[in-house]
Design a protein around this ligand. Structure first.
Ligand SMILES: CC(C)(COP(=O)(O)OP(=O)(O)OC[C@H]1O[C@@H](n2cnc3c(N)ncnc32)[C@H](O)[C@@H]1OP(=O)(O)O)[C@@H](O)C(=O)NCCC(=O)NCCS
Length: 163
């Protein structure tokens, strides 16, 4: 895949966890701005490490960092979801580019690399979700060939009334 911007897409390592968390925070801010009731919680670095740290070296997970001139400008995560399914499938959990690196073809390079990874492991299809109000994501995923097939809903059970 060619892109006008010279980029590197490399596997993430555990040393990238702080950068990954900072980019996740930025994505979550964008998502909450478009959908305040989305049940998205900020995580401390310790919480992020506890939730995701063990997956970085797991061969069933594909973490990628996008770099321009050796600086991280984006990340992605896709993993296999086979155990619950008859057929091998994958879930594309994250694809993110920093604001200054969007709409230059980098997201397409990142996602195609993750789709190749899933394909090479026998995945028959890939699922993802994006938050209501994130129209940028909706336009991008449609362009990448994804089709909507379900709605995801939330009801708060907490006293605050917020998820
Ligand atoms: C969504 C995101 C990953 C897309 O990456 P990107 O580098 O901006 O996208 P690309 O430049 O590779 O665009 C690929 C195609 O999608 C289209 N596209 C991308 N963003 C678009 C937008 N906001 N509106 C309309 N089309 C868009 C491009 O025009 C391009 O189409 P083409 O192949 O016909 O030229 C990036 O915008 C981003 O990180 N956004 C914030 C985080 C986010 O929302 N992530 C998804 C969460 S689920």
């Amino acid at each position: 895949v060619s892109t006008p911007v010279p980029i590197t897409v490399r596997p993430a390592t555990s040393e990238d966890l702080p950068v990954l968390l900072a980019m996740r925070d930025d994505l979550n801010d964008l998502e909450r701005a478009g959908c305040p009731h989305a049940p998205i919680a900020r995580l401390t670095l310790e919480e992020f490490q506890a939730r995701w740290g063990h997956t970085i070296e797991d061969p069933g997970y594909c973490w990628r960092i996008v770099e321009v001139e050796d600086q991280p400008v984006g990340y992605g995560l896709i993993y296999l979801t086979t155990p619950a399914r008859d057929r091998v499938a994958a879930f594309l959990h994250w694809a993110y580019l920093a604001p200054g690196s969007r709409q230059q073809g980098l997201g397409k390079v990142l996602v195609e690399e993750m789709l190749d990874w899933a394909r090479s492991r026998g995945a028959a299809h890939v699922e993802l979700r994006y938050i209501d109000g994130n129209d940028m994501a909706g336009a991008f995923w449609t362009k990448m060939g994804f089709q909507s097939f379900a709605r995801q809903c939330v009801l708060s059970l907490g006293p605050s009334g917020r998820p």
